[in-house]
Every structure is written in structure tokens, then in C-alpha cells.
Design a protein around this ligand. Structure first.
Ligand code: 5GP
Length: 115
């Protein structure tokens, strides 16, 4: 049973453009892309946000998310040109969906500082 839209994407109740799937991680195109390549990488278990992460419990899952990011970046041919990974936590960061997710953004020159 899931409480966010991402749980329904994991269970395939609602469609998404999936680019990567493993036993622990799902990745799909963001519905409102902020760059030519904008992928969301999520754990299949429900972790609402960064402050719910426990290193002792989730270390291997976090490694799986980074492995997925690298694999997708290679697949989409942005591993060499570069890309950005973003995790928003809470109100001030503008987090909208309370299911942990990593934004993988690429395919254009990024600016710093971010907005
Ligand atoms: P947040 O602001 O929480 O870090 O990012 C949530 C992201 O999820 C946003 O970039 C938003 O466009 C994306 N999103 C929200 N609902 C859906 C959906 O139903 N499908 C997909 N593919 N992306 C979604």
C-alpha cells in the first residue's frame, strides 16, 4: 500500500516512462522536465525524505540508486559531458512528493547557484 503517486508508479497502477528497473530501484522520466534529460530515481520501498534515511539500514539501497544513476547516464550518453543529481528535502527545498527521489538532470549546461 502506497501513499504517494510514486507508489502507484511502482505498482504500475499509473503509467510512467520507465528507463531503468531493478529489484530495489525504479527510474522514470519526470512529467515536467527541467532539462533535456530529467529522470527520477526512486527506491521501491517508501522512505518519505532524506531525514528518514538511516545509514545502517539504507546504505545498500542508496548505493543502488547511485549505481542506477551512473547506468542511466551512460545509457543516455551524458556520463562524459556531465549531469546533476538533486535530492530535495522538505518545504524550503520545494519537495512536492514525499517518496525519496533523486533527480538526474542533464543534456544542457547547468547554472550555479541553483534557484
Ligand atoms: P520534488 O519537487 O518533490 O523534488 O520533485 C517531484 C517531481 O516529481 C517533480 O519534478 C514532478 O514534475 C514529478 N512528478 C510529479 N508527479 C509525477 C507523475 O505523476 N509522473 C512523473 N513521471 N513525474 C511526476
Amino acid at each position: 500500500m502506497g501513499s504517494t503517486i510514486f507508489s502507484k508508479i511502482i505498482s504500475k497502477e499509473i503509467p510512467a516512462n520507465i528507463v531503468f528497473e531493478s529489484d530495489t530501484v525504479l527510474a522514470f522520466k519526470d512529467i515536467n522536465p527541467q532539462a533535456p534529460i530529467h529522470i527520477l530515481i526512486i527506491p521501491k520501498i517508501e522512505i518519505p525524505t532524506i531525514t528518514d534515511i538511516k545509514g545502517s539500514e539504507h546504505a545498500s539501497l542508496l548505493a543502488d540508486m547511485f549505481d542506477a544513476a551512473n547506468q542511466i547516464a551512460k545509457q543516455m550518453e551524458i556520463a562524459e559531458s556531465g549531469f546533476r543529481l538533486v535530492l530535495n528535502c522538505g518545504r524550503d527545498a520545494g519537495q512536492e512528493v514525499y517518496h525519496l527521489h533523486m533527480h538526474l538532470l542533464g543534456g544542457r549546461q547547468m547554472k550555479w547557484p541553483p534557484g
